[in-house]
Design a protein around this ligand. Sequence first.
Ligand code: UFG
Length: 331
Amino acid sequence: MILVTGGAGYIGSHCVMALLEKGFEVIIFDNLSTGHIETVQTLQNYGNLRFVQGDLLNQCDLKSLFEQNNIDAVIHFAAFSQVAESVKNPKKYYINNVVGTLNLLNAMLDHNVKNIVFSSTAATYGEPVYTPIDEKHPQNPINPYGQTKLTIEKIMDDYNKAYSLKSVRLRYFNVAGADSKSRIGEWHDPETHLIPNILKSTFSGGKTFQMFGDDYNTKDGTCVRDYINVEDLANAHLLALKYLENGGETNYFNLGTNEGNTVKEVFALCEKVTNREIPIEIKPRRQGDPAVLVADNKKAKEVLGWQPEKTLENSIQSAYDWEKILQNRLK
Ligand code: UFG
């Protein structure tokens, strides 16, 4: 059985869907602080899925989770992930992300579970020194969110050396899109990400889309990001699991497409997919946004045999299809 922490959230739920479709038995552990019970209920239609509502900060929850279930490996998503919030309230991030993960790792040791796939981030690299960013790029996070993820990566190195607890750390770039059958999708409140924010402004009552900064040193003045489709990302987790099951050593990989798109390009594609003129307002730069973040994904391709398949337009289309369902649900 595979334990997925944070399986009720955006990326976690897409990974659970991929696991269920491959016939894995899955248990989701989630405190539902940002995840949704409706997402879990949908997932339960697609395979052998147990749900346990619990908190990584609660040792009793963790103890009974591991005692009552035959867990072979862990995929760990549960975390807070808003950069701006982490700057305002670092305590919340260090306690939840770092202490929560330590509790999880210790519970794994207590119950002899030795493999974990961890949801890390491009934010561990900080301001790029060169681009595209490969895994050798220095890791100097510029916000507490990135710092929590880097701290966890370091703890995982120490636990590997001392206790042979094997980890694969997947450093995501900008995750986009939804399930291609529109069963699940991105559902954050508040939403801070580019694509859902552009799409939300096409619905009645939606706010004018705010573009943060058009004076960057890039081809059209807006920030460049590497948008990786959430289903492609989910597949990488399955490959990482297989890598560990086959005796792979502790490792870390970038997950991106090697290609960057500007905010203006994403906006234009959203107008194309939705077939609408979207209201837009140019605002000052958002604090802490690097001009360019693009992944070098060669290592994941070579070692995991991973290959992203979906285009940015595919991601925008699936995000739009899902957003229509979500808007109806929230009416
Ligand atoms: N943007 C807008 N308007 C919006 C939202 C975003 O113009 O309403 C712009 C941002 O300024 C940025 C780009 O769109 O230039 C992408 O912003 P996102 O918030 O979608 O994504 P980020 O690149 O800021 O953040 C993502 C993940 C983080 C992770 C980070 C790594 O969401 O979890 O990449 O740097 F930390």
